[in-house]
Design a protein around this ligand. Sequence first.
Ligand code: FAD
Ligand code: FES
Length: 421
Amino acid sequence: MLLVHLFTVLAMLLTAGVLAQLVFLGIELTQRLSLAVRQQRQDAELFALRLQTAKKRQQREVAAGSWNGVRKFKIDRVVEECEGVKSFYLVPHDQKTLPSFLPGQYLTFELDVPGQPGRVIRCYSLSDRPQPDYYRVTIKRIPAPPGQPDARPGLVSGFFHSHLKPGDILNVKAPAGGFYLDVNRSTPVVLLAGGVGLTPMVSMLNEIVTNSPGREVWLFLAVRNQAEHIMKATLDAIARDHHNVHLCVCYSRPLADDAAGRDYHHAGRINLDLLKARLPSNNFDFYLCGPGEMMSDLDASLREWGVPEKFVHMEAFGPASVKKPAPASGPAADPGTAPKVAFARSQRETGWNPQMDSLLDLALAEKVPVGYGCRAGNCGTCQTAVKSGKVKYLKEPGCEVEAGSCLICICVPDTNLVLEA
Ligand SMILES: Cc1cc2nc3c(=O)[nH]c(=O)nc-3n(C[C@H](O)[C@H](O)[C@H](O)COP(=O)(O)OP(=O)(O)OC[C@H]3O[C@@H](n4cnc5c(N)ncnc54)[C@H](O)[C@@H]3O)c2cc1C
Ligand code: FES
């Protein structure tokens, strides 16, 4: 009996000991877990703080040494990149510091082109990563449209190609633009370029291989054939030397001498089937720059693939590239019901023509004297006061617009309108 009691007491003591140990273990585990959670939260807060600090530093660095108005730059050298495309290396004429910029941004030029009544304004993307001593732009000569003997070739691109040479001085506005690579992130990116739309992508690519060698980047370039293959040797070398860079060059019309595998990777255009075949998923930031039709097709395809709008970034090079609202499917607008547009200073009034791209086109058709440069909502030259009525923007302005004014190159009327022009 005594033995039974002894065993019972021993068993109780043992159970109590085990229980106590379990309780201790539980407490220790909970403490460790809450410590780990706290540590994780602190790490996340620290990361967010670092990110914020890095962003602020980047903005400070980008803004440092920036300038208002125009600054004089000297053409240092000119390099031919392929048929009809040249790079211009620009150094500051005052030899002072060159401010940094965000890869993807552009420069605005105010040019004295012979035979033009005033300065002609055009934007060109910076085509290299920020360098301490030069900016680079890469310009395609725009030929006269085929079959239109009276049409003239591109004014400014022709001026750059035929007249400008090393030593010439140009008036340049500071780097600007909302289309750029977020250099504080290391998430993978896909760059989709058509022809000379490659220029901002090269800036992004060079930035990634220099400062984020672990960041995965896919570059798809669409050109017709080797004659138009901009910076071929440079792109091939970057893809060869960096395991994080995946290059896919698409020729829509290969020449007899163009070899698949050597000169290009895909015969045809960039489309959704190609993206699905080459990319491991749709989980990327996509950057698009090229002809208007290519951009709107790819934008729609990416949406169809489930890519959220905020992950699709686009740069328009010209009026044709500006996103238009879906055309009305019904009968042509009744001139009686279409909004009326009046140009107050020029004393002209007309009905809005929905076939037109923008109010700038209407003003030019009506021979209203208006200034313009980029025709894409970036340079601010076409800013016009709205005296009454409302306009609708076709895309976000790329520059600041004064209250009560609009950028007529990217606006259409929303109601009857009176413009100060
Ligand atoms: C933000 C931004 C960045 C740009 N970056 C670059 C760049 O890196 N490299 C580059 O070469 N260009 C770039 N451009 C386009 C450039 O600004 C000019 O529009 C282009 O050089 C044509 O100007 P132009 O004076 O030679 O032609 P214009 O005399 O203005 O036009 C002549 C004819 O060409 C047509 N046209 C005008 N622009 C284009 C175009 N882009 N494509 C096809 N036809 C056109 C016109 O409708 C007209 O029929 C950029 C534009 C913007 C807004
Ligand atoms: S012409 Fe440049 S913003 Fe309109």
